[in-house]
Design a protein around this ligand. Structure first.
Ligand SMILES: O=C(O)CCC(=O)C(=O)O
Length: 199
C-alpha cells in the first residue's frame, strides 16, 4: 500500500516505473466533501450501461454518466455527452487548478457497494491522445485502485479516499493497467469522477 498523507494544495508524486502518478489527499473545494457527494448522487442521471467484451454483452458492474464537450467510445460503447452542470464546472476548475491540466470531459462512476467494480484497463483510447493526463477525484467510501504493470506485472495499491485527487500522466496508460476490485468486506457508496481531455 502506498502511504498517502499530504494535505497541502499540491499533488505529491507517487514514484512508479514507466509512468507518472501523483496524489492530493484533499482537493480544495468550496463545500464539504459530503455535500458534494450528496449533490452528485442526487443530480446525476445515472445509467446502467452494457458493454461488449470479447464479443459478449455484459452489464457494467457500476452506474455511469458522461459529461462534457465530446462523445467518447470504449468497450463498444459510444457515450454522448450531457452538458456540464454548475457543480461539475466548479469541480473541473478546482481539478485544473491543482493539476495544471486542462479537461473537456468527465466520466462519473457510481460504485453502489462492495459488489460494484471496474475491470483492469488502460485509458488509452486514441481520442485521449498520447500520454494523456487523467485526473481522478473520489467522494464517499474508500476503494483501492489496483495498478498492474503490463510487462513485469508489478502491482501497486492506492487507497482512494474521500476528497482525494489522483493524477495519472506520461506513459502510465501505455505501461500500466488499473481497476477497482470487488470487495468481500461491506463497503458504502463511492462516486468517482475521471476528468479527461478528448481530442
Ligand atoms: O473508480 C476509479 O477510481 C477508477 C475509474 C477509472 O479507472 C476510469 O474511469 O477509467
Amino acid at each position: 500500500m502506498v502511504d498517502l498523507f499530504n494535505s497541502l494544495g499540491t499533488p505529491v508524486p507517487i514514484p512508479i516505473e514507466d509512468g507518472e502518478l501523483a496524489w492530493l489527499a484533499q482537493l480544495p473545494l468550496a463545500y464539504p466533501n459530503d455535500a458534494v457527494f450528496a449533490r452528485l448522487l442526487a443530480e446525476t442521471p445515472w445509467r446502467a450501461e452494457t458493454v461488449v467484451v470479447f464479443g459478449k454483452r455484459h452489464p457494467q458492474p457500476r452506474l455511469t454518466a458522461w459529461y462534457g464537450d465530446a462523445s467518447y467510445t470504449y468497450s463498444g460503447l459510444r457515450l454522448e455527452p450531457l452538458p456540464w452542470t454548475p457543480l461539475l464546472l466548479e469541480l473541473r476548475t478546482a481539478v485544473e487548478a491543482a493539476s495544471k491540466g486542462r479537461f473537456n470531459s468527465v466520466l462519473l462512476n457510481l460504485y453502489r457497494n462492495e459488489r460494484d467494480s471496474m475491470g483492469m484497463h488502460s485509458d488509452d483510447e486514441p481520442e485521449l491522445g498520447p500520454g494523456p493526463v487523467i485526473a481522478s477525484l473520489s467522494f464517499g467510501a474508500t476503494r483501492t485502485l489496483m495498478l498492474r504493470h503490463k510487462r513485469n506485472k508489478d502491482t501497486l495499491r492506492v487507497p482512494l479516499t474521500d476528497g482525494g485527487l489522483l493524477l495519472m500522466a506520461g506513459a502510465t496508460q501505455e505501461n500500466w493497467l488499473h481497476g477497482i476490485n470487488k470487495s468481500t468486506r461491506p463497503l458504502g457508496t463511492r462516486i468517482n469522477l475521471t476528468f479527461r481531455y478528448v481530442v
